[in-house]
Design a protein around this ligand. Sequence first.
Ligand code: PMP
Length: 363
Amino acid sequence: MALTPRPGIMSIAPYVGGESSLPGQNRIIKLASNESPLGPSPRAVEAYKALASELHRYPDGGAVALRAALGRHHALEPSRIVCGAGSDELIGLLVRAYAGPGDEVLYSRHGFLMYPIAAQSVGATPVTAPERDLTADVDALLARVTPRTRILFLANPNNPTGSYLPSAEVKRLRDRLAPDVLLVLDAAYAEYVTRADYDAGAGMVESHDNVVMVRTFSKIYGLAALRIGWAYCPPAIADVLNRVRGPFNTGAAAQAAAVAALEDRAHTEKARAHNDRWLPWFSKQVEALGLIPHPSLCNFVLVQFPEATGGADKALAFLNGRGVIPRRMAGYGLPDCLRFTIGTAEEMEATVAALREFTGRRP
Ligand code: PMP
C-alpha cells in the first residue's frame, strides 16, 4: 500500500510568504511580510554575533534569561511564559495539545492563515465566523461555538485587516465563552498599538484558566529571521506547552538577541514613532488616489482596489514591475485587496509614486 499522510493533510493550502525578489529587478521594495523597516536594535545584533563562539552548545531549553527579561519588561510572572520558534510554533503547539480529529478551531473570517493550517494538521476542522467591516464580530464568533469547539483564535489587532477589538469586546467574548474552550489572544502587533481602549490580554490570562496570549519578536523588534516568540499562559497551560514543545525549540542566538531587543527601549520607540508617522501618511496618499485603505493599528495597511482602477491583480503586476512587492490577499478571501507593510520613508514615497502611476491620478 502506498504511503499516505493522515486524512486532511493534503487539503492544507501551503502558507505562501511574500517574495523577496523579482525576476529582472535589482532594486526591491519588500512590503509583503510586515517586517520592521528599521531592522533590529544594534544591541540585538551584537548579542546575536556574540553567540558565534558558542555554536557547538545547546541553547538553554527553558529560555530562562529571556523569560526573566520578559517578566521584568512586561511585569509578568516568568513561570507562566513559554518561548517558541516564532508565535507560529506556539500556535501550532496549542492546537496540537488542545485539539484533535473531529474538534473545531474557530477564528474570524479574515484571521491569520496559520490558524487553519495548524487545525488541519492535527485533523481538526477550521471554522470561521463572519466579520463586520473587516473586524472580528463577537456575536458572530459566539454563534459559531459548538460542543466540538476547542480553541478560539483572536488576532488582536488582526493581520491582514489591521482592525482590532477594544478590551470591553474581548472581555464580552471571554465572559460568554465556555471554560473548556481555549481563547488564544494573538497579539503579534500589540507593540504598535497606543489606543487606551486596547489591551493585549495579559491580565485576562492571569484571571482565567482558559486564556493564553501569544507574542512575537518578528514585528516591532525586527527579529523575524531568528524565529522567536512567546506565550503567556495560565500555569496549567504553560505546563502542557512545556511537555509538548521540543526540548531546544528556541535557539541561543534568538534568545540573546531578544533579551537585548527588549532592553533597547529607545529603538522600539523609534520603530513605533516611524510607524505612527508613515502609516497615516501612506493611508492618506492612497485614499487620494481613489483607493480604499482600511484603518490599521498595525505596521501595514490593507488597501482595496475598486474595479475602476483595474483591480488588485493588475495593481500587483504593475507594482512588481516597479520593484514593489505588497502581499496578495486572495488567500485571505480578499481578492480585491493588497496589503502593504510600512517601509522606510523612501520606500513609502516610491510606493505611492508607483501607485500614482498605476491609477493615473494625482493626489
Ligand atoms: N500572528 C499573527 C497575527 C501574525 O501576523 C504573524 C506573522 N505574520 C504571526 C502570528 C507569526 O509570527 P512569528 O511566527 O514570526 O512570530
